[in-house]
Write a protein of this length. Structure first.
Length: 94
């Protein structure tokens, strides 16, 4: 069994790929929905939701709260700390 390659990806590129695949932001519940309306990603052991993005045979994992923030605030520096207003790591509503 071969393992998939994983790597790092810039947030703007991740959003571009998500949009190309028909993903959208879920305004009601927060988070990213796939084109068929299912919530993307999973809960990591640290309590944050993580979204997987496959591009050119490489799997990228990125924190959903960073993707959601950048989706609406693309001018944000990538090294900026993004925190949750209600301190719930899995609540990614804007």
């Amino acid at each position: 069994m071969t393992r998939k390659k994983t790597g790092k990806i810039a947030i703007p590129k991740a959003i571009e790929i998500l949009k190309e695949h028909g993903c959208r932001y879920d305004h009601e519940n927060g988070g990213i929905l796939s084109k068929n309306g299912k919530k993307k990603g999973h809960m990591a052991t640290n309590g944050y939701r993580v979204v997987g993005i496959q591009h050119k045979n490489v799997m990228y994992y990125i924190c959903e709260h960073r993707v959601v923030w950048w989706w609406f605030h693309p001018e944000t520096p990538e090294n900026m700390v993004i925190d949750h207003l209600n301190c719930r790591r899995d609540d990614n509503r804007i």
